[in-house]
Design a protein around this ligand. Structure first.
Ligand code: GLN
Length: 532
């Protein structure tokens, strides 16, 4: 029998529910069971692809080209697996599918309703992923907080699944905030209230996890247990930590794994967390500081770049350096050109991905400075495209060269809409998405990084380097070190054999894992650590 663990949140959002769900997955996996994880997003968008990073943080891209919620990224990193776009269920998908069925006449004669039709569709989706993955344990995280109107059908589905699957095959974990007053007193009341809200919709939690500034003391634990109908051993605490990669270790120390496996009637085995532990140790021991400029335009919400930040964390742990990220808002460079001097202080820079004109000239100014100063630079997707624009302007002497995304009338369109995109009208799910093959040119920096002639990295773009300008770019010093199967530019480099100036059309950050860092980020960090 498949076991289902439902993760809900209360009190407020932003409590790290995704990393806790991922941590629970890691504990179960490390105890020798196969695990998959599902993120439910109750919003009406079909996927996260059409949302601004400011609205919902990073759009995470899966191998099969899904534009998903960033929690899918947390699951992949903790579980060290490749998930499918199917693992992210939204209300948009559920309603879309029901309305199509209704139009095809599949409900002929019936009145189509939230109960049973919407809830059945949700349960069917969860079971389908469970069947396809063959996992022993399926983690289902319901986004938002209990009490949100749009979350109700999903909570109802979770409630019904205990009825359908049985008590021993379902487990409900509820996560809430225990705030601390200025007097230092830790309060449990908000969590008590959110448990009441959960019970109101028919779910009795099997475990509580209290997030706070510190651990719960015995009194708080007993109080929460009493008000939640739980043994005190079912109440866990999870203080906000320096790194979320420590959460699995902390939950395991409190007996979470044993408690969970017993309740699910699974053989209790001690999870083997030794490699995870050594990664966390290395992460905490990082000491040699390196300053990295993060040049982008969504810098006010760091969640916009979470996979890049994590890829830097993975690589830095294995290279013993401690990155200090200096966020440079490219729109600010446009307003205040003197800001460029900030780049003088950094050891390296990342030109972040993005869309649209706003802030692009600021990024190009930053790129010019970094290239001319010989600063180690890594450009990702839009970042790489702007490296090409900068080289075209300042190395090849093409005045006003640009990407047609930013200036449709540029005299030198060095970055253009990909031919496959011509005529595409719809915005949802129509970019060039997912894992694509990159053919690497031997003897280049890219080849040294990957150590192979071809790799698969994940993509999310509409624009490409204009093939007509490749010869000119190469004549002016840019090296093309990776091509796609279609013959389009994937990787560019600049400088002598001892420099690190690299731009990728792909997003290597999406495949970086704590125990298996991205080769690109790893080499970047190694380069910075040696130069320090
Ligand atoms: N806007 C660019 C494109 O569509 C780059 C996208 C990105 O950085 N992900 O090609």
């Amino acid at each position: 029998m498949t076991k289902y663990i439902f993760v809900t949140g209360g009190v407020l959002s932003g409590l790290g529910k995704g990393t806790i769900a991922a941590s629970i997955g890691l504990l179960v996996k490390s105890a020798g069971y196969s695990v998959t994880a599902i993120k439910i997003d109750p919003y009406l968008n079909v996927d996260a692809g059409t949302m601004s990073p400011f609205a919902h943080g990073e759009v995470f891209v899966t191998d099969d080209g899904g534009e998903t919620d960033m929690d899918i990224g947390h699951y992949e990193r903790f579980l060290n697996v490749d998930l499918s776009k199917k693992n992210n269920i939204t209300s948009g998908q559920i309603y879309y599918s029901i309305i199509m069925k209704e139009r095809r006449g599949e409900y002929l004669g019936q009145c189509v309703q939230i109960i049973p039709h919407v809830v059945n569709e949700i349960k069917e989706r969860i079971r389908e992923i469970s069947r396809e993955s063959g996992a022993d344990v399926v983690i289902v995280e319901i986004g938002g907080t209990v009490g949100d109107i749009e979350g109700l059908p999903f909570q109802e589905a979770a409630r019904q699944m205990r009825f359908d699957e049985g008590v021993k095959n379902t487990f409900y974990v509820h996560i809430g905030l225990a705030p601390i007053l200025p007097s230092g007193e830790l309060k449990t009341k908000p969590i008590q209230h959110s448990v009441q809200e959960l019970r109101r919709i028919g779910i009795q939690p099997d475990a509580l996890i209290a997030r706070s500034q510190r651990h719960l003391d015995d009194e708080a634990r007993h109080k929460l247990a009493l008000h939640s109908n739980l043994p005190p051993s079912g109440v866990f605490s999870c203080p906000f930590l320096e790194t979320s990669y420590e959460i699995p270790l902390m939950l395991n120390e409190q007996g979470f794994t044993k408690y969970l496996l017993e309740r699910l009637d699974l053989e209790v085995r001690e999870p083997d967390l030794s490699t995870w532990n050594s990664f966390v140790e290395r992460l905490k021991k990082r000491s040699k500081p390196v300053k990295i400029a993060m040049v982008g335009k969504y810098t006010k919400l760091k969640d916009s770049y979470v996979s890049i930040i994590e890829a830097l964390n993975h690589a830095s742990a294995w290279n013993g350096v401690k990155p200090e990220l200096i966020w440079i808002e490219s729109t600010d460079i446009e307003k205040n050109p003197g800001l460029i001097n900030e780049l003088d202080k950094v050891d390296g820079a990342i030109i972040l991905p993005g869309f649209g004109k706003r802030g692009s000239e600021g990024k190009i100014e930053a790129i010019k400075y970094l290239r001319e100063e010989g600063k180690p630079t890594l450009g990702i997707c839009f970042g790489m495209q702007l490296m090409v624009v900068e080289a075209a302007r300042n190395l090849a002497g093409l005045r006003n060269a640009n990407s047609t995304e930013l200036d449709s009338n540029t005299p030198h369109p060095v970055v253009i809409l990909s031919p496959e995109q011509l005529g595409v009208q719809d915005k949802g799910g129509t970019l060039r998405l997912g894992a694509r093959r990159i053919i690497i040119t031997p003897g280049t920096l890219a080849w040294r990084i990957y150590g192979t002639n071809e790799v698969y990295e994940r993509h999310r773009h509409r624009y490409i380097v204009n093939p007509k300008y490749i010869d000119l770019l190469e004549a002016s010093g840019i090296r093309i070190s990776g091509y796609s199967e279609e013959g389009h530019v994937e990787i560019i480099e600049y400088g002598d054999g001892n420099s690190f100036y690299l731009g990728l059309q792909a997003h290597p950050e999406f495949k970086s894992r704590p125990l298996n860092p991205s080769p690109v980020f790893n080499e970047f960090m190694k380069y910075l650590s040696i130069r320090k």
